[in-house]
Design a protein around this ligand. Structure first.
Ligand SMILES: Cc1ncc(COP(=O)(O)O)c(C=O)c1O
Length: 351
């Protein structure tokens, strides 16, 4: 995250993970803002709007500062030092750091590149023990954007239930499946906990509108625990979040064209390149590329200095032969960033 905040920016930024920012001026029906409101344990209109979006009861919804905080609160509520937490590999680094912060024993299970990073319940079964408290996955998968179908997630839930554990599914990228968007996996069983926000697919990161879906008793425990961290959210952000949730389809549509144009360009790029490869998906805002020959750190350093272009090093995913690139911000920038990446891969000067 430190790298993302301090080192990822460049003229041609392929190091993004979500869509471009949605400007306040384009939000129809702007709410009348107020500073203070009735948001002790959830601002009711926001609770209801999220519950409606997810098709769940409002008492399953814990609103908080974003998916990252949702993941943190989930672990804070469930983990004791020494508990086993099973986390996919490759994974969003903060998931691993958060589990370690709570003193958990982190065990990794592979999502194999040769299978398009598909979620594999067998790989989970191999590291499952009676000490397992939590199985952690992202859907869509960060960094590859692989989508796990319900049947597979159901098997993950069965594995969790068999040892009295929970399955945490971070769905912050799920709505980037634009056609037949899958409903939340929360509905698959009581062992599921889901985290999400308006950050990645809607370009509304600044609202810090995140939520957790959990069984009501666990949700209540999380509300109480959140008193330690946040106490009361910014009410003006809650009002804006309610307004945004009323216009979600419009907000999502704004970025869809950019994401899809970028994905088409990436497809052409990968078809022409033998130096890199990546499993293709028809959705998502990130792709995880393998560099077949050479050193990723050296490539990305040269890409930054000589070509003003950035991408995320695979070392942040414990896969140093890879790098992640992001779609959905600006297609002209993406096209030129890919062209420069191609030149860097070929060792050709910038023309
Ligand atoms: C898997 C995953 N979860 C959560 C986040 C952060 O989401 P939020 O802004 O809602 O905290 C990221 C950001 O990169 C992510 O990749």
């Amino acid at each position: 995250m430190y790298w993302a905040k301090t080192r990822s920016r460049a003229r041609f930024n392929l190091a993004t993970s979500g869509v471009g920012s949605f400007p306040l001026a384009e939000l129809p029906c702007q709410p009348e803002l107020e500073i203070n409101g009735d948001s002790a344990y959830g601002y009711a209109p926001l609770q209801q709007a999220i519950a409606r979006k997810c098709g769940v009861d409002a008492d399953c919804v814990v609103t908080e500062m974003g998916t990252t905080m949702g993941n943190h609160l989930t672990m804070a509520a469930l983990l004791e030092p020494g508990d086993d937490v099973l986390i996919e590999h490759p994974a969003y680094e903060l998931l691993v750091s958060a589990a370690l912060y709570f003193g958990a024993e982190v065990k990794r299970f592979a999502r194999a590149e040769e299978n398009g990073y598909a979620l594999d319940p067998e790989a989970i079964r191999r590291v499952l023990t009676n000490k397992t408290k939590l199985i952690v996955v992202t859907n869509l998968h960060n960094p590859s954007s692989a989508l796990a179908p319900d049947a597979v997630l159901g098997e993950v839930g069965d594995l969790a239930r068999s040892v009295g554990a929970h399955a945490l599914v971070d769905e912050v990228y799920l709505d980037a499946v634009y056609e037949n968007t899958p409903p939340t996996s929360y509905r698959l069983g009581p062992e599921f906990i889901v985290t999400n926000s308006l950050t990645k697919v809607y370009g509304l990161s600044g609202l810090r509108c995140g939520w957790i879906l959990a069984q009501p008793d666990l949700a209540r425990a999380m509300w109480r625990l959140n008193d330690l961290f946040g106490v009361i959210p910014a009410h003006s952000a809650e009002l804006l979040s309610v307004a945004a949730l009323e216009q979600l389809d419009l907000i999502r549509r704004r970025a869809r064209g950019v994401v899809e144009a970028d994905r088409a360009l990436l497809g052409e790029f990968l078809a022409q390149q033998s130096a890199v490869s990546a499993p293709r998906t028809a959705w998502g805002t990130t792709a995880f590329l393998r560099l077949h020959d050479g050193d990723v750190e050296e490539l990305l350093a040269r890409l930054r200095t000589d070509y003003e272009t950035t991408a995320v090093p695979g070392r942040f995913f414990d896969m140093p032969d890879h790098f992640r690139i992001g779609m959905g911000v600006n297609t002209d920038m993406f096209r030129e960033g890919l062209r420069r990446l191609g030149l860097a891969l070929a060792g050709q000067p910038l023309v």
